[in-house]
Design a protein around this ligand. Structure first.
Ligand code: GTP
Ligand code: MG
Length: 176
C-alpha cells in the first residue's frame, strides 16, 4: 500500500485465482490503451505485486496477484489492506474460471468482498475452453449463487474469452 499511487483518480481492480486470466482480460479490455502493459504467463502466480496502470487521465486500473495456488505469501495482507482502505476503488471485477466454476477460494474471496461491503462484478473467463453444456451448467450455478448468497454482487454475470475476444466489448460497455 505504501507504493500505491495517491488515490486521486477513480480506480477499478481485477481479482481472482492465480492463472484465471486477470492479466489477459485486462490486456483484452485495454488493447487500445498503449500505457496498459500487463504481463501474461502460463505459470500460475505470475503477477506478484499489485500493478497500477493509469488509463488516460480518467482512471487507474489494478492488476492483482492471484489467490490460491502459488499465490504470493503476503497476498492476504496486501489485498485485504487494499480492499479495505482504498477510498477511490469504484468497481471490483471478480474473475472465476468458466471451465471450473466457483472454487473454494472463490467463495472465500466473495466472503471478503461481502464483509467489506465492496460492490463487485462477477466474470467467468476462458469460455472458449468450456463445452456449451458445461458452460451453461456453470452459468446457472453461479447465477443462482449470486441471487441467493450475495448482496454486493452486480446481478449480471459476464462471460469472456480473452483469446477469442468474446464478451470483452460487452464488459467494456456494461460492466463499469
Ligand atoms: N483459452 C484461454 N486461455 C486464457 C484465457 N485467458 C487467459 N488464458 C491463459 O491462461 C494463462 C494465465 O493467464 P493470466 O492472464 O496470466 O492469468 P492471471 O490471472 O493474471 O494469473 P496470475 O498473475 O498468475 O494470478 C495464460 O496461459 C493465458 O494465455 C482465455 O480466455 N482463454
Ligand atoms: Mg496476472
Amino acid at each position: 500500500m505504501d507504493h500505491a499511487p495517491p488515490p486521486a483518480l477513480p480506480e477499478v481492480c481485477f481479482i481472482g485465482r492465480s492463472n484465471v486470466g486477470k492479466s489477459s482480460l485486462i490486456r483484452a479490455l485495454f488493447s487500445l490503451s498503449p500505457e496498459v502493459e500487463v504481463r501474461v504467463s502460463k505459470t500460475p502466480g505470475h503477477t506478484k505485486k499489485m500493478n497500477f496502470f493509469k488509463v488516460g487521465k480518467y482512471f487507474t486500473l489494478v492488476d492483482m496477484p492471484g489467490y490460491g495456488y502459488r499465490a504470493p505469501r503476503d497476498f492476504v495482507e496486501m489485498v485485504e489492506a487494499y480492499l479495505q482502505e482504498r477510498r477511490n476503488l469504484k468497481r471490483t471485477f471478480l474473475l472465476a474460471d468458466g471451465v471450473l466454476g466457483l472454487q473454494k477460494t472463490d467463495h472465500i474471496a466473495v466472503e471478503m468482498l461481502e464483509e467489506f461491503g465492496i460492490p463487485y462484478v462477477m466474470v467467468l473467463t476462458k469460455i472458449d475452453r468450456a463445452s456449451r453444456g458445461l458452460l451453461l451448467n456453470n452459468v446457472l450455478k453461479v447465477q443462482e449463487f449470486i441471487k441467493e448468497k450475495t448482496q454486493g454482487c452486480f446481478p449480471q454475470l459476464f462471460l469472456v474469452s480473452s483469446v477469442e475476444f468474446s464478451g470483452v466489448h460487452l464488459l467494456r460497455t456494461k460492466g463499469g
